[in-house]
Ligand binder design. Structure first.
Ligand code: CUA
Length: 327
């Protein structure tokens, strides 16, 4: 019965033991060292227990009642050695190793050693990513160039969250009124899943993120496109959808750059259609799911701050068409 529970941790997705950066590699090594020491300790203690049990069994119960036999070490020697000196040595050694591996290797990078800065802002319950120096803002899907040292600055819009992409580095908490930094680096072009790692309310578990590590030229192209204002609606139905958005409730919470919508409660939707997932990776970004999210977001993420928007079928259809055009 335990096996399926344990085995669900296996797999190549959001895997701490599949590192793709120097820092994550050191964290993985530390895990294996600690695992080996823990198993060594377990084997030693179990071995001594079995040894004592067998010896005692051979001599008979109560054989040691009159103290140690000649040539035998007294009990206090064993208690002091195995109960104090040995564990202390192991724990201190592990502390030094983990300090060296985790604190030194994963500490915030010197700003001069990084090629670019990305700001991650935790919200209940999504991640906003900003690229200082450009107007680009995205949600839940962060793009970075591969083999590049990125200075990630983590802050929060409300409560404490924790930015964590296990394959790239350790966790970094977002503390109100404070900026925390960490190095974000990926040695392979791939998509890495991350997760908010600090309980932050009802939908904490639905606060996932994706990091797309892209070849440098591809990343620059992406950033240019994200920094641009939203595309103007091209068809009649898209124009209707834009009217629904700008004149209805949507624009009071969401921004679409290049329009009069400047809301900042919910994610920036300027290039919504370029994202693969919605709502903190809860549902895929398809017209069908988008429509269901707009009309009944509480079904997917109970407690989230988006009210259910009352729209006619025609309005919803137009709104989804407009949002789908925001590449
Ligand atoms: Cu944000 Cu947990």
């Amino acid at each position: 019965m335990l096996l399926p529970t344990v085995l669900t941790g296996c797999g190549g997705y959001q895997d701490t033991l599949n590192p793709h950066s120097h820092a994550a590699g050191d964290i993985t090594n530390l895990f294996w060292v600690m695992m080996a020491v823990a198993f060594g300790g377990l084997a030693l203690v179990t071995g001594l227990l079995v040894f004592a049990w067998v010896r005692r069994g051979r001599r008979g119960i109560g054989a040691d009642a009159d103290g140690p036999h000649p040539g035998e070490k007294p009990a206090w020697f064993v208690v002091l050695g195995m109960g104090v000196v040995f564990p202390l040595t192991v724990v201190v050694a592990l502390f030094i190793v983990s300090d060296w591996a985790i604190v030194k290797v994963t500490q915030a990078p010197a700003a001069s050693s990084t090629a670019m800065t990305v700001k991650a802002v935790g919200h209940q319950w999504y991640w906003a990513f900003r690229y200082p120096g450009t107007k680009a803002v995205t949600a839940d899907e962060l793009h970075i160039p591969v083999d590049t040292r990125v200075n990630l600055v983590a802050t929060t819009a409300d409560v404490i969250h924790s930015f964590w992409v296990p394959e790239l580095n350790r966790k970094i908490d977002t503390i109100p009124g404070q900026e925390n930094r960490i190095l974000l680096y990926a040695n392979q072009a791939d998509v890495y899943r991350g997760q908010c790692a600090e309980y932050c309310g009802l939908q904490h578990a639905h606060m996932g993120m994706l990091v797309f590590a892209q070849p440098k030229a591809e990343f620059r192209k992406w950033l240019r496109q994200q920094a641009a204002p939203a595309a103007a609606p091209k068809t009649g139905i898209e124009r209707q959808g834009q009217d629904v958005f700008l004149n209805g409730a949507c624009s009071s919470c969401h921004a679409i750059r290049g329009t009069s919508a400047h809301g900042y409660v919910g994610p920036d939707l300027t290039h919504l259609a370029s994202r693969t997932m919605l709502a903190g990776l809860t549902i895929p970004n398809t017209p069908d799911y988008l429509a269901r999210w707009i009309t009944d977001s509480q079904h997917f993420k109970p407690g989230n701050k988006m009210p259910d928007i009352q729209l006619s079928r025609a309005q919803l259809h137009a709104l989804v068409a407009y949002l789908g055009s925001l590449k």
